[in-house]
Design a protein around this ligand. Structure first.
Ligand code: ADP
Ligand code: ZN
Ligand code: ZN
Length: 669
């Protein structure tokens, strides 16, 4: 009797053996087919991983496979290696990795018939490639001169320097080579524009997109087209990194620094890091592009002590001759008096734009009306009852909302504690800024762009179109506005409240702030109109702002990396975080103490274990949260440790309602 070893979507670190019915006999080429198997009381879809000769279980105890599904080609061997890498590196069960990366309809019994008509959105007008700038040509020559095989490039180019054009030329080469191309972008919002641009360049090439807002049928259809080789270009967000691509010849990761590449729940993988593994495994080039690369990537490309792992390609100038980088200025708010949070210099600059019919963007990374509502009499403040956080006042629909757990309540008419009717909004969010500006400039058309006004891709696109067609004079927005869009009439960016990130307790905050400010600054003056950026700050001499004024990412990055090295922070050390949450903090901490006290830990002298501590947001949605940091100067040592420790963790007896997870290379603290 033939045995098949099957991966199932269950939270267990093991595979399951089944008998293959004679009529269904499998050959080596059938490894990678989906099967339907009995599991517990029901049937499940699994993937055949191996055809072993023996099983740990006695043959009589093995159950037979119910059906072998041949509606899809077998998943290819390199896809298996990708999933195996992900499972090992992130300490996740292989079956969970494999099945969770399939479109939902393919992991269910009796999948709905995917419609086969391959609809394409109407083809955009074809467009001829521009002549390359010297810098673009230089970057391409370097890549073209390389031998075939794996090579990782970090394409660092200021906003508007023409990185996308470099991608397009590389894609052209790969297509001519009969290879498939995988192009990853951080946000769903960015896929349609890029899709239009790529489709216009390659009108006769099959291009599919993969992201979470596609209908299930569309996602299944696109995924299949990738697997059977019909789709030659796959454009997608982080989940697309797992698309099986038999002819894959090039991977591009745009805005590689973006935290959206990191999955924040379930299997906490970094799509960018997996992409580098995948390129190496397939022996193909990968290009990571950004105006503000992650410090990890920057170190990989510039570290002089070890041979650089990535090749650095730099574009210093904007691609369009007339498009100059914007002038960035600091406004010292210690000396300038603010009116409703706005400095005279910024107001004047806005008025100039209004007079000239140009657009201004005021950037404030905090949505809602005000971060807190408070009683001036007794000191009551609007607290979330489920989280250790304030409720944010949203005045438009008169609600108090928790940005951590989503719970909400109506705005009280009087203080719930003392009955005082004079309760006030403190601080400033995008809604308040919007109404301040509306009062000051009643004729101006003001548009707010944040997660409240653009809840999904459609709404955001509608807003973007209005901005693009000049239907707005002043934009008020969060980082949503910072990404990717070209607004030709936008010539002024004002940044408010940026200082908070300078001294935040998360040591990655400056890196994120710099990237965000570079990105918003990049929105100003993209076409013929020069741009101006005004940053309101109490710390105008801070080196971060000084580097920003000079558009000098390398200087900023080098200072940050030196600090990180001295403090032995990543990328000079490798980390994993064990997190636990429970109704009571004591339970969460006790679990972490038990985990830390693992007797075999003594054998790993390169691995450092810190003490369990409550998380910064110590309570969320009625769960108290704590974490335990594990660290090592050696990635390999950390991996070995985690492999052994992970198995031990699974054996710890848990109190009721305790949940835990392990995150490798955590990004947030
Ligand atoms: P990035 O991706 O670096 O932000 P883009 O590729 O979007 O930059 O290019 C910015 C602008 O410059 C776009 O409008 C693009 O069409 C234009 N552009 C890019 N390369 C060239 C070139 N070689 N000649 C003229 N225009 C170019
Ligand atoms: Zn009160
Ligand atoms: Zn809450």
């Amino acid at each position: 009797m033939q045995i098949a070893r099957v991966a199932l979507d269950v939270p267990l670190h093991r595979l399951f053996d089944y008998l293959v019915p004679e009529r269904e006999e499998l050959s080596a080429a059938d490894v990678g087919l989906r099967v339907c198997v009995p599991f517990g009381r029901r049937s499940r879809i699994g993937i055949v991983v191996e055809l072993p000769h023996t099983s740990e279980l006695a043959i009589e105890r093995l159950k037979p496979i119910e059906a072998v599904l041949r509606d899809l080609p077998a998943l290819p061997a390199d896809w298996f290696r990708l999933c195996e890498f992900c499972a090992t590196y992130y300490q996740a069960p292989l079956g969970e990795v494999m099945l969770s990366t399939l479109p939902a309809s393919l992991r269910r019994i009796a999948p709905p018939k995917a419609r086969t008509n391959h609809r394409r959105t109407k083809p955009p007008p074809p467009c001829d490639p521009p002549e390359l700038t010297a810098e673009q040509q230089g970057a391409l020559n370097l890549i073209a001169a390389a031998e075939r095989g794996f090579k990782a490039y970090l394409l660092h180019g200021v906003t508007g320097s023409g990185k996308t054009e470099v991608y397009l030329r590389l894609i052209e080469r790969a297509l001519a080579d009969h290879r498939q191309v995988l192009l990853l972008v951080p946000e769903i919002n960015l896929t349609p524009q890029l899709e239009t641009r790529v489709a216009a360049r390659f009108p006769s090439v099959d291009l599919v997109s993969l992201h979470s807002e596609l209908s299930e049928a569309a996602r299944t259809r696109n995924w299949r087209a990738a697997l059977d080789g019909r789709a030659r270009i796959v454009l997608g967000t982080r989940l697309a990194i797992f698309t099986p691509l038999p002819d894959l010849g090039l991977i591009i990761v745009d805005e590689e620094h973006d935290v959206s590449f990191k999955q924040q729940d379930g299997i906490r993988y970094s799509a960018r890091d997996i992409a580098v593994f995948r390129a190496r495994d397939r022996g193909i080039p990968i290009v990571l592009g950004s105006a503000t690369p992650s410090l990890e990537s920057w170190a990989n490309a510039t570290d002089h002590r070890t041979p650089a792992r990535y090749t650095l390609l730099s574009l210093h100038q904007r691609a369009i001759d007339s498009a100059r980088l914007p002038v960035v200025q600091r406004i010292d708010t210690r000396t300038e008096k603010l009116q409703d949070g706005l400095s005279g210099a910024l107001l004047l600059a806005i008025e100039k734009r209004l007079a000239r019919g140009e657009q201004s963007l005021i950037f404030l990374n905090r949505r809602g009306y005000a971060p807190v509502l408070a009683c001036t009499n007794c000191g009551w403040i609007s607290h979330c009852t489920r989280c250790a956080a304030n409720l944010v006042l949203h005045l438009l629909d008169r609600r108090l909302r928790c940005h951590h757990c989503g719970s909400e309540s109506p705005v009280p008419k009087a203080c719930p504690t003392c009955g005082n009717q004079d309760i006030q909004a403190f601080g400033r969010g995008t809604q308040r800024l919007e109404s301040t500006l509306a009062e000051r400039y009643p004729e101006a058309r003001i548009l707010r762009v944040d997660r409240d006004s653009a809840r999904n891709r459609k709404q955001w696109q509608a807003l973007a179109e209005r901005i693009h067609s000049g239907e707005a004079d002043i934009l008020v927005g969060t980082q949503m506005l910072a990404k990717g869009h070209d607004f030709p009439k936008l010539t002024l960016v004002g940044a408010l409240g940026a200082d908070a990130a300078l001294f935040a307790s998360d040591w990655r905050s400056p890196e994120r702030l710099f990237a965000q400010l570079m990105q918003v600054a990049g929105r100003a003056g993209r076409a013929e109109w020069p741009g101006e950026v005004l940053i309101q700050t109490q710390f105008p001499d801070h080196p971060l702002y000084a580097a920003l004024v000079r558009h000098d990412y390398p200087a900023f990055a080098d200072v940050q990396l030196r600090e990180r090295e001295q403090a032995a922070f990543p990328p000079y050390t490798f980390q994993a975080m064990l997190r636990a949450e429970a109704p009571h903090m004591a339970d969460a901490l006790a679990f972490l103490e038990t985990a830390k006290a693992w007797p075999q830990a003594e054998n790993f002298d390169e691995v450092m274990r810190y003490d369990p501590v409550p998380m910064r947001l110590a309570r969320r949605a009625n769960f108290e949260r704590a974490q335990l940091l594990i660290e090592s100067p050696s990635r390999r040592a950390l991996q070995t440790y985690l492999g052994a420790w992970g198995a031990a963790l699974a054996g710890i007896k848990l109190p009721a309602h305790l949940r835990w997870h392990l995150e490798v290379d955590p990004l947030e603290f």
